[in-house]
Design a protein around this ligand. Structure first.
Ligand SMILES: C[S@@+](CC[C@H](N)C(=O)[O-])C[C@H]1O[C@@H](n2cnc3c(N)ncnc32)[C@H](O)[C@@H]1O
Length: 180
């Protein structure tokens, strides 16, 4: 899980968002473990974690990593959960790791936005500096990374639950399909 936010946050809204997203993460992992019959090692990376957050995660056997270590544990057999992290960071994970299952920000929408709106503003958009991490870090590199990721993947909307949890609204799920 990348960019959960803090569970021990003073803001109730933010800690609740982090907690709901963690619930979803653990639930999906449970489904994958049941379907595969395999134990899945969990990792989390979030620069803002407090010691209490790390203690909480350790109680679920989640290994906490420091940026950029999480990039190296993502591979084509990974379930990557990136709930609303900075878009350049998200694309770095998608490009480098090519995860078979990803839940997070809407990549099609991001690509569309990059293609139609942000060209002029992109250079000034804040986020993690990844200039040397995806090609030259130009808008074209990011667009290509998004296009490559979308190729051969199915996109689904994460359904809204009856509990109406805002922190889960708008999440997309991408599933890598085997070629026919
Ligand atoms: C918009 S917030 C989303 C927080 C939470 N997932 C939510 O939806 O409320 C983006 C999060 O990405 C985290 N983030 C920024 N750089 C990161 C990095 N290099 N690795 C992991 N998380 C990072 C920020 O600390 C922040 O918690």
């Amino acid at each position: 899980m990348v960019g959960s936010g803090c569970f021990a946050e003073e803001s109730v809204a933010r800690s609740r968002a982090a907690m709901w997203q963690f619930v979803m993460f653990v639930e999906v992992v449970g489904l994958l473990e049941s379907a595969s019959g395999r134990h899945i090692q969990l990792y989390a990376q979030e620069p803002d974690y407090f010691p209490l957050d790390e203690e909480f995660l350790a109680s679920f056997d989640v290994i906490v990593l420091k940026h950029p270590a999480a990039v190296d544990v993502v591979s084509s057999v990974t379930f990557l959960f990136c709930p609303f992290v900075p878009w350049k960071l998200m694309l770095l994970f998608l490009e480098r790791g090519d995860p078979s299952l990803y839940i997070g920000t809407n990549v099609s929408e991001l690509l569309e936005t990059m293609e139609h709106v942000w060209r002029a503003e992109a250079a000034e958009t804040s986020g993690v500096a990844l200039t040397d991490e995806i090609g030259t870090g130009s808008l074209d590199d990011y667009r290509s990374a998004a296009r490559r990721f979308l190729t051969g993947r199915k996109e689904y909307s994460v359904p809204r639950s009856d509990l109406n949890v805002p922190a889960l609204h708008g999440l997309k799920l991408y599933w890598a399909c085997k070629p026919d």
